[in-house]
Design a protein around this ligand. Structure first.
Ligand code: PRP
Length: 220
């Protein structure tokens, strides 16, 4: 049986979630024949499966409740969780977490990658008016970590607000992008469903899954 997480990589704050159910669904979304509806459904399911690993150490508070039979001690999730999709493609990952974390706040970062320079261009940022930036748990969502520029820009933006606990959840990415992010932000945990080979000359991940934004929203 293979480990779900490579322990050596985990020490470097990189978590590639190697699970048969994720691999099966990932293959479906990589397949160019998979159409919009199936792409979105499988993407949602992958994110929900990844959540099992991503949230396994999340702190809980003690609580006393009453069952229909009597009192018992239990646990509840009181931490403020902020899900931060990078527009547009990150939006396709939100529902996979939202149904597990109904109280999570959704913050949006609008970034698109300039096609010629591959540099991220910011066009929107909406962060919630919450307290305790240092304690809140923030999860950036984007299916693709290509050059890493968009995620790096999102991390810088969130840290400028005062956020300390940042985790990135992606689907496919390359090692060079991970290195680029960790060179500046070693503290950010990076979760992916797969580590891919490289980028092509247009900055697309190989083998990747194409342009996730276009496949989610049917724009190409
Ligand atoms: C894609 C993708 C990431 C970014 C990854 O977005 O969804 O946000 O590129 O590339 P990077 O790691 O090199 O920055 P895109 O610019 O296509 O915008 P979209 O999601 O609106 O389609």
């Amino acid at each position: 049986m293979t480990d779900i997480i490579d322990k050596k990589m985990a020490k470097e704050n990189v978590f590639i979630i190697n699970h048969p159910l994720i691999l099966d669904k990932l293959t479906r979304i990589r397949n160019k024949k998979t159409e919009k509806k199936d792409f979105q459904e499988n993407l949602t399911e992958i994110v929900s499966l990844m959540a099992y690993e991503v949230f396994k150490d999340i702190p809980l508070d003690d609580i006393t409740i009453e069952t229909p039979i009597g009192k018992t001690k239990g646990k509840n999730l009181t931490k403020t969780i902020i899900i931060c999709p990078i527009l547009r493609a990150g939006l396709g990952m939100v529902s996979g977490l939202e149904h597990l974390l109904p109280n999570a706040i959704v913050s949006h970062i609008g970034l698109y990658r300039d096609e010629s320079t591959l540099q991220p261009q910011e066009y929107f940022f909406k962060y919630p008016n919450v307290e305790n930036h240092e304690e809140n748990l923030v999860y950036i969502l984007d299916p693709m970590l290509a050059t890493g520029g968009s995620t790096l820009a999102a991390i810088n933006k969130l840290k400028a607000v005062g956020v300390k606990n940042i985790t990135f959840i992606g689907i496919v990415g390359v090692q060079a992008a991970i290195n680029k992010i960790h060179k500046e932000h070693k503290d950010v945990k990076i979760y992916l469903a797969a580590l891919d080979e490289k980028l092509n000359e247009n900055g697309f991940i190989i083998p990747g899954l194409g342009d996730a934004g276009d496949r989610i929203f049917g724009t190409k």
